[in-house]
Design a protein. Structure first.
Length: 139
């Protein structure tokens, strides 16, 4: 049974990090995925029979609502869970009074976000070795 849960700060952090480390560190080769933002954000976690398989986070930064660390374990890709993560995090942003969300997309995932209504802004930047672009979705 698929469940979707929200957690504040570092509640259920081991489950969140299980997914993020599998995708970002083991699969994509980043050296780390932990940062201070995890201390003050809201995580979304998708579970299949209590096993975590997808996650993302949302937080406020300088008046903007930021979505980040969106990832889905390989076995669950292509089933719409990435879209569902974004939709749920955007609902959470609207509950907080936001009229838009911002994210830093890996350039290889840019098309995914464009299809969801996001638009690019700014210059390409690098997170470790990986090119990223800022994107915004206005509701």
């Amino acid at each position: 049974m698929i469940e979707v849960k929200f957690y504040e700060n570092k509640d259920h952090y081991d489950d969140v990090m299980y997914v993020r480390e599998d995708v970002f560190i083991r699969e994509q080769g980043f050296s780390t995925d932990k940062d201070e933002i995890d201390n003050h954000c809201t995580h979304i976690l998708f579970l299949d029979d209590n096993k975590p398989f997808a996650t993302g986070r949302i937080f406020n930064e300088d008046g903007d609502i930021i979505i980040g660390r969106v990832c889905v374990l390989e076995a669950y890709r292509g089933k719409g869970y990435g879209i569902k993560i974004i939709q749920e995090l955007e609902k959470k942003a609207k509950e907080r009074g936001a009229t838009s969300t911002i994210l830093g997309a890996q350039c290889q995932a840019k098309e995914f976000y464009l299809k969801l209504g996001y638009e690019e802004f700014g210059d390409i930047y690098f997170d470790e070795y990986c090119p990223h672009i800022h994107m915004r979705h206005t509701f």
